[in-house]
Ligand binder design. Structure first.
Ligand code: ADP
Length: 183
């Protein structure tokens, strides 16, 4: 069986991780690839219910996502992780877990705090700037930009469709995009 892979979308809240992951996932599913989505917000309502936003809790959340991603990758799935995952060290650990089982592709979904705050999809930036919401990544908590991600998507310059196209192109170059196309 061909190896699976994990696409790890990291970036600020509102940068576009989930939007792009859904577009990419839709294409992969059309290609009969087995796709699983691990969205940070969703994981926090199930697997990581009760965790907060301290460094320790954020790390625990990302460790769990990395572990589940590695298990699914092991079985040949295309795993699409959308999680802020602000700490480089923790992302590195997730990479190690996944690379034991298949490929890890780190995608930095890049947009400035100003742009994310302008979008403010979930109304969180307003609360973060007013101080109502503490420990908010990019405002009152750090985000460590990836030093050498496999791909950088600047969502202030590219449309979601263009970004998704670039991800699929990279998967194609690495021989991963058509993993599960039936013979
Ligand atoms: P995240 O998952 O990173 O928190 P979301 O995907 O939930 O972000 O939200 C990103 C928002 O930004 C969406 O409302 C999306 O429509 C909008 N957006 C605007 N331009 C882009 C772009 N080029 N790429 C991705 N999203 C974009």
């Amino acid at each position: 069986m061909a190896s699976g892979f994990t696409l790890w979308f990291t970036g600020l809240s509102g940068a576009g991780k989930s939007t792009i992951a859904e577009l990419v996932g839709g294409e992969l599913e059309r290609n009969a690839t087995l796709v699983e989505y691990l969205d940070g917000d969703v994981v926090r309502t199930h697997l990581s219910k009760g965790l907060g936003f301290s460094r320790e809790d954020r790390d625990t959340n990302i460790e769990r996502i990395g572990w589940v991603a590695s298990r699914l990758t092991r079985h040949g799935a295309a795993v699409l992780v959308s999680a802020i995952s602000p700490y480089a060290k923790t992302r590195r650990h997730a990479r190690q877990l996944v690379e034991n089982e298949g490929e890890f592709v780190e995608v930095f979904v890049k947009a400035s705090v100003e742009e994310c705050a302008r979008r403010d999809v979930k109304g969180l930036y307003e609360k973060a700037f007013s101080g109502e919401l503490k420990e908010f990544t990019g405002v009152s908590d750090p985000y460590e930009e990836p030093a050498s991600p496999e791909l950088v998507l600047d969502t202030e310059l590219e449309t979601p469709q263009e970004s998704a196209g670039r991800v699929l192109e990279l998967l194609g170059e690495r021989g991963l995009a058509s993993l599960k196309v039936p013979a």
